[in-house]
Design a binder for this molecule. Structure first.
Ligand SMILES: [Zn+2]
Length: 133
């Protein structure tokens, strides 16, 4: 049986095997792999295709097309951007709390100050009384 597609390189498959990487000439230009542990795997899922693209050791002399569902930039970069965006949206629940904070804070502060003064006066009185006895 003739091998119609060129061996592009090698990829460590999910089972830890050394998979040969080929590329289909069909629409989508998806990678497919072949290894002893998994056999022929022609899965065209974007995650799998991206992993092969990012992780495979491609032979320097071969040329291949980027599969239709693979982003040419590094996969980790894409994930980082997504994570930062998610965090930003989590920590930015509108400016509402900042606006409403000063008003209820004022009576608490003055009340606390009064209590503090009263306590201070009380302890001073107690101290004076103790000193006087
Ligand atoms: Zn395998």
């Amino acid at each position: 049986m003739k091998e119609p597609n060129e061996l592009l390189g090698y990829w460590t498959c999910p089972q830890g095997g050394r998979a040969e990487v080929f590329q289909t000439k069909k629409r989508g230009n998806h990678f497919y792999t072949r290894c002893k542990c998994c056999g022929l795997n022609q899965g065209t899922g974007a995650e799998r295709q991206q992993r092969i693209y990012d992780e495979a050791q491609f032979k320097p002399e071969v040329t291949f097309k980027v599969p239709s569902n693979v982003k040419p930039e590094s996969d980790s970069e894409v994930h980082e951007v997504r994570e930062v965006k998610a965090l930003e949206s989590d920590f930015d629940p509108t400016a509402e709390p900042e606006v409403s904070e000063p008003e209820p804070a004022r009576p608490i502060i003055s009340g606390g100050a009064k209590t503090g003064l009263a306590l201070l006066a009380f302890s001073a009185a107690v101290g004076v009384a103790a000193w006087m006895n």
